[in-house]
Write a protein that binds this ligand. Structure first.
Ligand code: MN
Length: 290
């Protein structure tokens, strides 16, 4: 890899729609061959992951693993119902165990709510349930050396945190040091005023980044001003992980693809697409630091 200050990762859904042992091997091997140092593994159903196989394969290919997830409406800490909130918290704790067993140090994504279109705004009681559950999750994560990232997503995927500022406010209310902001340019392009000010506002609390095109297709297409975004990362001296996310109907996850609205085929050759995305990010990072 080029001499850059960031570890570059790739989301597993570029490669595979599930996580059987064969799929895990294929995804990890392809990530390494495309020049990435980390693979982000969806942990929507943490107990389904064969952690021994995955951790052995990560070691074999010299890759780091991170996990991300969104909760579901029947197991959601952002709910007034304490039973539903408890089920959400239990799932987060299971995901934490997966990260630990993979030797990882990051659990992020829509850990604060269900991933999907809510029918109504959230409520003070649901926010209180989410905040308290995230505080307990962060405290447990801290004992295991794991950072928890809150990823603001667009309004159709959560009703709780849609902007970087809302993530910063939540982190303040949680009050634990190992909770960070996880910015994703795809969502920022929908919800933020611009692509620079949320990065500056997060500053040292920015802990993880997702890079994706405006239509979630190949990098270098779409309408996002990546020069501004990578310039902002350079300005705050961001040295964390930057993970490429792209989704196409060519790879289908029964859990995730429909929730994210992946209806179109934006690429078929994932190997060349992932390699050129890595080169694109490296070139932008180098230019931003020049
Ligand atoms: Mn993302």
């Amino acid at each position: 890899m080029a001499n850059i200050p960031n570890l570059l990762g790739v989301h597993a859904l570029v490669w595979v729609g599930g996580w059987t042992n064969d799929q895990a091997t294929e995804a990890i091997k392809n990530s390494a061959e495309a020049g990435y140092g980390l693979i982000e593994i969806p942990a929507l159903d943490p107990k389904s992951i064969d952690v021994d196989h995955t951790s052995k394969t990560l070691k074999e290919f010299g890759l780091k693993g991170a996990c991300s997830l969104g909760l579901s409406f029947d197991a959601d800490i952002n709910n007034e119902d304490s039973e539903i909130a408890k089920r959400g918290e239990a799932r987060l704790m299971d995901a934490l165990t997966v990260v630990e067993k993979l030797g990882g140090d990051y659990l992020g994504g829509v850990v604060f709510s269900a991933l999907g279109k809510y029918a109504k705004p959230t409520t003070p009681k649901a926010i209180e349930n989410a905040t308290n559950a995230l505080r307990r999750l962060a405290q447990e994560a801290s004992k295991r050396g794991i950072t928890v990232g809150l990823e603001p997503v667009n309004r159709y995927e959560s009703n709780l945190i849609n902007t970087g500022q809302q993530a910063l406010d939540m982190i303040k209310n949680i009050g634990e040091k190992n909770v960070v902001v996880h910015l994703d340019v795809y969502h920022m392009n929908i919800e933020e005023q611009d692509l620079v000010s949320p990065v500056i506002a997060a500053g040292s609390q920015l802990g993880y980044v997702h890079i994706g095109a405006s239509h979630r297709g190949p990098l270098g297409t779409g309408n996002i001003d990546f020069d501004s975004f990578f310039g902002a990362l350079a300005k705050i001296g961001y040295k964390g992980t930057i993970t490429f996310e792209s989704f196409s109907s060519a790879v289908v996850s029964p859990d995730l693809s429909s929730t994210l609205g992946i209806w179109r085929n934006l690429w078929t050759d994932n190997k060349s697409m992932a390699k050129s995305a890595r080169e694109y990010m490296e070139a932008k990072i180098i230019a931003a630091h020049a």
